[in-house]
Design a binder for this molecule. Sequence first.
Ligand SMILES: O=CC(=O)O
Length: 368
Amino acid sequence: MSSGSMASLSSPSHTRLTSIVSHLSDVRPKVVICRHLGPAMPLLLDRKDIDIVLWPEDRGCERAWLLENIKGAAGVLVLLPERVNEELLDAAGPSLRVVSTMSVGYEHIDLPLMAKRKIRVGYTPDVLTEAVADITLMLALMAGRNDGVAYSLVKNGGWAKPNFGWSPFTFCGPQLSTTASSPARTVGFLGFGRIAQATLARLVPFGITHCIYTSSPTSRPDVARDAALQTKYNLKVLERVDADRLARESDVLFVLTPGGKETYHIVDATFLRKMKPMSVLVNTSRGSVVDSDALATALREKWIWGAGLDVVEGEPAITTDHPLVKEPQCVMVPHIGSATFQTRLDMATRAIDNLIGGLFGGEMPAEL
Ligand SMILES: O=CC(=O)O
C-alpha cells in the first residue's frame, strides 16, 4: 500500500517491509481504491503484487484526492459517484488499463472513451439481482399500503391520540396480491431484464397471472424466453407492449430500465396521466427515468395512488423540501437496493476480481 494512504501504515515494521520489497515496487502496478471495501479488503491487502492507494476516510472519495492519486495508476476501483471521464483518464495518464466499478450501472463511465483508450471496464451484474428484486417488492407493498403515512403516524405518537380510532377504511390501499373479488391484477415492467424477471418470480406467489412489459425499441422480441417464463410461472398473460399500453394497463408499474439518454424521463406527465388512479409506481433503477416534478403532481392530484422510490433524479441531494419527499403517498429510501451484507460482499469481491483480471491481462468475471 502506498505511503500516505493510511496513517497506521507508517509504523516501523511497515517501513522495514517497504524497504525489503522496494525493488519490486517499481514493477508493481498501482491501483486506486475509492472506498474501503470492508470484509473484502483482504482480497486486495493480502496481495504482494500490487501497490494499493486507498481513500482513507469513511465517506465519499473526494475528487481532488482521486485526481491527485490516480496519477500513474494502472487500475482504479470506483463506485457510482465517481465520474470516469476524460478529466480522470488524463490525470491517470497512459498507465491506466482497467476501471472496475462496484455497481451494475455504468452511466458514470464514459464507455466510448474507454474503448478509444483501450481501457478495460468491469462491473457487477447478477450478484445484486435478488437483493434489488427484494426491495422492489418491499416498495410496492409499502407504497400501496400507505406505509409513509402510517409509519409517520406511529413515530409521531398519533396512534395513541384519542381521535385515532380503528375504522373500516382508514389506511386502506390497493392490495398487491389477488383476491376472489379482484383476481386479475396486472403488473407492468418498464424494462424486462434480470431484476424485472426476479421481481416477477416474487409476484407469482401473490397470485399474479398478468404481466406486461416494454423493452428497448432496438431489442428483438425474445419469444422463446417469454414462452418459457409463461409456462414456468403459469401466467395467463405475458406480453411485450408499447409504453402507452404499459401506462394504461398496469396496476403496479415497476421501472427497471437502465438510465441514460435513451430512457430519460420516459415516465413523464403524459405517461403518468394515462395510469390508473389506483396504480402504484415503483422505481428501483435510475432516478433519471422518472420526471420527479411530474410524479409529484401525479401524486398530489391523485392521477395515481402511490410511489415507492429507491432512486430519485438528482440524488443524493434530496432535501426535505423536495416535492417528492413532501408527498405523503411517496415512500422513499436512499438508493439502498443492493444494500445487504451478502450482496455488497459479493459485489466488492466481483469488483476486485474484475480489477485484478484487468490489471494482469486475465479474465474479468464481468467485463463491459
Ligand atoms: O444502483 C446500483 C448499481 O448500479 O449497482
